[in-house]
Design a binder for this molecule. Sequence first.
Ligand code: SAM
Length: 278
Amino acid sequence: MTGKLTIVPTPIGNLGDMTARALDALEQADVVCAEDTRVTGKLLAHFGIQARLERCDENVIASKSAALVARMRDGKSIAFCSDAGMPGISDPGIVLVDAARDAGVTVNVLPGPCAVTTALVTSGFKHNAFYFGGFLPRKEVERIKLLESLAALDAALIFYESPHRVVAAVESIAQAYGERPVALCRELTKLHEEVLRLPANELADNLAARDAIKGEIVLVIALPDARAQQAASLDDPALHERIQAELAAGASKSALAKKLSRELGLPKNRLYDLILGM
Ligand code: SAM
């Protein structure tokens, strides 16, 4: 008998999203490895499944992978669950898949709930491509730097965010992208689901005015507006005013040219010449 690894996604808020294959996999596994055995234990109890649970959180998964792979090679069938959604997406699990694949162990990844794809489609933003960035950096300087580096990417941008940091995150998005639309997707698939689409600067004001923000959140940023980028011109008086303001605030000329080039899709050397001449 050959063993195998089954990656089992679980609901991100609505237990009705547990798939028939996920239930079968958990029932049939010799061992269910879980990010948190209490969380997965409750899920198993809800569906009346009795399984042998083993804790396998992000602190131990790397060190336990070799032993788990050895057990699979001995014929054991192991299922892996994170707390919610697709294991391996901003969650533990990928290390075990990597180790199992390296060892030639069969890996079955079951499709299922995932906050990234649910939020992207929920946003309604038209796209041919998307970029998923996990959680945004906690430090503002790093957040802005990352956002600026992604400004011209012709893709919807998706980030996970905690309710405690979402105000600061959306402020950074507004700072980097101005009026570019953002969808706040909160508590997806749950009773108090909220989806709010606004220009980044308006969303920042909306969130800042709230007493409290609770729940789980995904931010989806619409594609850069091609027409707005084309309309940006070196002769635009608003651009000249902005350059003067940023220089007065101490911005470096080359860094400013680089930033504006990314943001507006204008050639960096022409922007630099313009800045030098001001
Ligand atoms: N592996 C999971 C998945 O497939 O979506 C994601 C795990 S990550 C540790 C948890 C983050 O996912 C949350 O902080 C939140 O940003 C997002 N998330 C999970 N469930 C969500 C929900 N129901 N609504 C909105 N965001 C959610």
